[in-house]
Design a protein around this ligand. Structure first.
Ligand SMILES: NC(=O)c1ccc[n+]([C@@H]2O[C@H](COP(=O)([O-])OP(=O)(O)OC[C@H]3O[C@@H](n4cnc5c(N)ncnc54)[C@H](OP(=O)(O)O)[C@@H]3O)[C@@H](O)[C@H]2O)c1
Length: 301
């Protein structure tokens, strides 16, 4: 199969398109013929080697954690999905940017999403939902999403609005119209946030989700009044120091099914800033690495 791979840790110039061995599903897994794969910050961090002590990779490695496609092989014990079904989901920390990928968590892709949108939903949705679930009930509460224009933040806004929260999201001004389109009240991040929020939410902010890792976690604790009302998916050290919830993405098919159902209802639609062909994966990684992605970047296979 054709795949993007890197043989050594390093810059985007290490990414090559070449033939790679076909993967096969183990019990409980499925193999998918990929239509599109997503690009996430973890992909370029792993490729650059900055995480090699925490998450060592077997090289050469195929970047990509989540993808969408059509089921073409089914592992032992798998039920509820058949050959030819259109699904989206998560595999290992690598492996998705290829013609074939093995997934260990998946859901049927709603017809309301095109292939690119389905590819952009996996990791963003499980991370957003994992974070939101740590904060308890959302209905009737005011939620601040720090970093609301990114892949995880954007998903969190739509999902929290669907659950009945009033959502205030932070982004640079160029993304404020985008945040409004997701259902959030936009404001800028950085100095003076508490003051801006006191105008936007005079009765206070109940809970906060940090997806930005910008050093603002202490401010979010002060704004909500309690570290247990704050969750971060991005600033692990800060969260541990301050006693906030710290959440990591899980390969969870139930969460993916909930996201898909919201998609069917038109209440969650992954926003794709740009789709690159496989041959341009280096450009896609460089784009993601700039840290200014609006919604998701995906790679069409
Ligand atoms: N724990 C896990 O399992 C897990 C899973 C997925 C992701 N993550 C982590 O979560 C973070 C977000 O992931 P992602 O996929 O959403 O990233 P992303 O899409 O690359 O995020 C880009 C967004 O960040 C915003 N941003 C940049 N600086 C900001 C700041 N100082 N304050 C607020 N927003 C800022 C940008 O908005 P502007 O352009 O408007 O500034 C842009 O829209 C990353 O650190 C990622 O590694 C963790």
């Amino acid at each position: 199969m054709r795949a993007a791979r890197f043989h050594e840790y390093g810059g985007v110039e290490n990414l090559v398109i070449e033939e790679a061995p076909h993967p096969h599903p183990r019990p409980g897994e499925i193999r998918v013929r990929v239509t599109a794969a997503s690009v996430n910050p973890i992909d370029w961090k792993l490729r650059a080697g900055t995480l090699h002590q925490l998450t060592p990779l077997e090289l050469p490695a195929i970047p990509g954690r989540d993808a969408a496609g059509v089921v073409d092989e089914i592992g032992d014990g798998v039920q509820g999905v058949g050959i030819g079904d259109r699904v989206f989901g998560l595999g290992g920390v690598t492996g998705a940017t290829a013609e074939l990928v093995v997934l260990s968590a998946w859901a049927h892709a709603p017809e309301t999403w095109n292939d690119e949108q389905a590819a952009g939903a996996g990791l963003a949705a499980v991370t957003a939902m994992g974070g939101l679930n740590a904060l308890g009930s959302l209905a009737g509460r005011t939620l601040l999403v720090e970093g609301a224009a990114g892949g995880v933040g954007g998903a969190a806004v739509e999902i929290a609005v669907a659950e009945g929260a009033t959502v205030i999201g932070t982004a640079s001004e160029r993304n404020h119209e985008f945040l409004t389109s997701l259902g959030a009240v936009p404001t800028t991040y950085g100095p003076g946030l508490a003051q801006r929020l006191s105008v936007l939410a005079p009765r206070g902010v109940d809970i906060a989700l940090d997806t930005a890792a910008s050093g603002s976690l202490e401010d979010l604790v002060a704004i909500t009044g309690n570290p247990t009302r704050v969750v971060t998916v991005a600033d692990h050290a800060g969260g541990q120091r301050l006693g906030t919830h710290v959440v990591n993405a899980e390969n969870n098919s139930t969460l993916l099914s909930v996201a898909a159902e919201l998609g069917r209802q038109g209440r969650y639609t992954p926003r794709i800033e740009q789709a690159y062909p496989l041959e341009r994966i280096a450009d896609a990684h460089a784009h993601a690495e700039r840290g200014r992605t609006r919604g998701k970047i995906v790679i069409c296979i």
